[in-house]
Ligand binder design. Structure first.
Ligand code: ZN
Length: 236
């Protein structure tokens, strides 16, 4: 084998392979003989190698907040231009996002990592503001269009690790503002997804009928998100 794997035995009847975070884990019944497990892995080798390659590719696409790194904004590749400045400003200029940071010139005891963090925060606040400006009016107008306006009580924003949106039974819709890096069609899909939950809380057929009316190609948008969402998170 060209890869390492870990065998986890438990009270189960069948073998299963999981490839996650670049690690291969084989789940096996307590008494499954070693040769049986090895055969199974050998059979699945092409699939495992494909998965490992995909995950490696994805890991490489996660961007770091650094001068000249490329991010997505509304699906467009945008280059970060981070500059020292007397005041803090963030300006989008075609495919360049110019971030001027006074933190980078501060000649005090703050260490470099901290300055970098504070500069990143400027970018995050900018992105969150973009999300508010774009998504709040759209959410209200779609809710009104679908005759659900009276059920929508608030639109909130939060950066979460695992969720793009949420709709509570009290009519509070919450979005992860990192979605603003995705193409506009995907942002619009997310808005439609949550607004439709004002009418139907689950993902039933009835829900999808409404979603289909509210958002043309929701399947395409969902697919994009499934394949690319790792590109919307960044490391610092
Ligand atoms: Zn949902």
């Amino acid at each position: 084998m060209t890869f390492d794997y870990q065998i986890v035995r438990s009270k189960r009847k069948t073998l299963a392979i999981h490839v996650k975070h670049n690690q291969v884990v084989v789940r096996a019944p307590l008494k499954a003989p070693q040769y049986f497990i090895k055969d199974f892995i050998a059979q699945k080798e092409p699939w495992i190698l494909k998965k490992l390659a995909e995950q490696k590719q994805k890991a490489a696409e996660i961007f770091a907040f650094e001068h000249h790194s490329t991010i997505l904004f509304l699906g467009q590749k945008t280059i970060l231009n981070i500059q020292k400045s007397k005041k803090n400003t963030v300006v989008l200029n075609d495919n360049e996002l110019i971030i001027q940071s006074k933190y980078l010139v501060e000649a005090d005891k703050i260490d470099e990592a901290h300055k970098h963090q504070k500069t990143q925060k400027l970018f995050e606040n900018w992105l969150k503001q973009q999300a508010e400006d774009y998504m709040v009016p759209k959410t209200y107008s779609l809710a009104n269009e679908l005759d659900l306006g009276d059920r929508l009580s608030a639109v909130k924003f939060r950066k979460t690790k695992s969720k793009w949106g949420h709709c509570s039974s009290e009519g509070v819709i919450q979005f992860n503002w990192l979605i603003m890096m995705a193409p506009e069609s995907v942002v619009n899909y997310l808005i439609a997804h949550e607004v439709c939950h004002l009418a139907v809380m689950d993902h039933s057929r009835q829900y999808h009928e409404l979603l289909g009316r509210a958002c043309g190609d929701y399947q395409g948008a969902r697919q994009w998100l499934r394949e690319n969402e790792h590109r919307l998170f960044f490391s610092s």
